[in-house]
Design a protein around this ligand. Structure first.
Ligand code: THU
Length: 134
């Protein structure tokens, strides 16, 4: 793992304690890098109406987009769990919206990092080309 990847994982870890997870008690944090090299972070934000809860990955990506980013070049995710967390299905689709199929998704637990590409996480995903008519 190169130093950029390590730095991205460290940014995710650094905000893990800010997760708002009073219901699941499962904290998640994410960091994304955009095409300008800017890093945006997110944590899971739960709600008493459970279905309104939002995953850390989407919070980070939406913050990046709100700041003007349109391309995500790398994603890092960590959690309070002992096992590696890989992004949920909804987050995979949102990651694929902004990151290329070869973009790395670094998943960290207990100091160990596993990397998947976007296309490994979401093979044959729904893509803009499928919206074309005829
Ligand atoms: N969660 C994430 O933040 N990201 C994922 O990819 C999976 C799940 C959060 C949602 C909820 O707050 C908690 O983890 C338990 O599901």
């Amino acid at each position: 793992m190169d130093s950029d990847a390590q730095a991205l994982v460290a940014r995710a870890r650094a905000c893990l304690e800010r997760a708002y997870a009073p219901y699941s008690h499962f904290q998640v944090a994410a960091a994304v890098r955009d095409e300008q090299g800017r890093v945006f972070t997110g944590v899971n934000v739960e709600n008493i109406s459970y279905g309104l809860s939002m995953c850390a990955e989407r919070v980070a990506i939406f913050a990046a987009v709100a700041a003007g980013a349109r391309r995500i070049t790398a994603v890092a995710v960590t959690s309070s769990g002992a096992e590696l967390l890989s992004p949920c299905g909804a987050c995979r689709q949102v990651i694929a919206e902004f990151a290329g199929e070869d973009a790395p998704v670094y998943c960290e637990a207990g100091g160990e990092v596993r990397v998947w590409s976007v296309s490994e996480l979401l093979p044959s995903g729904f893509a803009a080309s499928q919206l074309r008519r005829e």
